[in-house]
Design a protein around this ligand. Structure first.
Ligand code: 5GP
Ligand code: MN
Length: 332
């Protein structure tokens, strides 16, 4: 997949007036950070812009500048249909297949406006007119920075845009510790800090927001629910809906938990299975060359990155876990 030239992008954006930005199902820090960074940037260019997300996102992202204007498709279908039909340019951020946005994908498939895909996940589908795509980028937010800078508008990156971009960089890199972090990532951070954003405050706004029950859930999962796979350096959690209810589960409460078994010496694969909205939501994480994107794509209708992927299953929790255990040998 190619990176289209900035000049071409500049013209495309210049001609557009009604712009819709959208991102993946269950938006995370990078999804919301990149969407709202682009939103705030396009507002500065005088565009009419709307951010549309497929479903709700965690409360710890509510402070992001522009959050109040975000429209949730699941709750406002007619409004979103109108916006998409009236758009003359659509951005899809932090995903690369309409399957990742459920019913919103059906709308985009019919849309007449050109689509710009900006993403860093593996194996993009071919739905867009313009691609700004790099699997080596640590986050879509890094690409948004690159895009704005490439368009010659670095000077427009204010505190609001910087806070959004910083959030995605931070959340998609596990606070700057994954192998996806490069010199470029830190160069971008250094530029963002010049706007006056305070990293410690952003970290706190995203991570120091647990409810009492959420921390209890983490404790329960670590002490009672973490399992190892026999014969392989893999560990997993399987969480039922009633367990989630017991800890007053809110969207986002299990985020990050999948990674904990990596702190056990030798563990190379982690998984988390969770009953959610009538199916099993799955997260996979791996170390080094172990490709969980491929694994999730082949066996669990999912995808993502080589070391971080997700998927789903319509089997029971137990069947899904058993399938994972039976297939674990293919990972090593
Ligand atoms: P998470 O485990 O945090 O939900 O997702 C890990 C990575 O995999 C993220 O980059 C996310 O966008 C991607 N991902 C999660 N679920 C799916 C899925 O069902 N399909 C695809 N293609 N990617 C997913
Ligand atoms: Mn991302």
């Amino acid at each position: 997949m190619q990176k289209d030239s900035f000049l071409k992008f500049k013209n495309v954006i210049k001609k557009a007036n009604n712009i819709v930005i959208t991102t993946h199902w269950s938006p995370d820090g990078d999804a919301m950070g990149s969407s709202l960074a682009l939103y705030n940037y396009l507002l500065q260019l005088g565009k009419k812009v709307k951010v549309v997300v497929p479903n709700a996102y965690p409360e710890f992202l509510d402070w992001l500048p522009g959050n109040k204007s975000v429209i949730i498709h699941q709750k406002n279908q007619a409004k979103v249909e109108k916006l998409v039909n009236n758009a003359d340019l659509i951005f899809t951020l932090d995903f690369n297949s309409f399957k990742r946005i459920e019913k919103l994908g059906e709308l985009l498939e019919k849309a007449s406006a050109p689509i710009v895909l900006i993403d860093h996940h593996q194996q993009a589908d071919n739905y867009a007119t313009y691609y700004f795509y790099d699997v080596a980028a640590c986050s879509t937010c890094e690409l948004i920075y690159e895009l704005i800078a490439g368009l010659g508008d670095k000077k427009l990156i204010d505190k609001k845009i910087a806070a959004c971009i910083y959030t995605g960089l931070m959340t998609d890199t596990g606070s700057f510790r994954y192998p996806s972090v490069t010199a470029k990532t830190h160069m971008v951070i250094s530029e963002l800090l010049k706007t006056g954003i305070v990293p410690a405050d952003i970290h706190s706004a995203v991570y120091d927001t647990y409810s009492y029950e959420r921390l209890k859930l983490l404790g329960y999962l670590l002490s009672e629910k973490m399992e190892r796979v026999n014969d392989f350096p893999a560990a997993y959690f399987a969480i039922t809906e009633s367990e989630l209810k017991r800890f007053s589960y809110q969207k986002g409460d299990t985020e990050g938990i999948v990674n904990y078994p990596f702190s056990i010496k030798g563990i190379k694969v982690c998984a988390l299975f969770m009953e959610s909205e009538g199916y099993i939501k799955i997260s996979f994480r791996s170390k080094g060359k172990i490709d969980v994107n491929k694994f999730a794509r082949e066996h669990f209708s999912g995808g993502g990155h080589i070391n971080a992927a997700g998927g789903k299953s319509t089997q029971t929790l137990e069947q899904t876990v058993n399938k994972f255990i039976a297939l674990a040998k293919t990972l090593f």
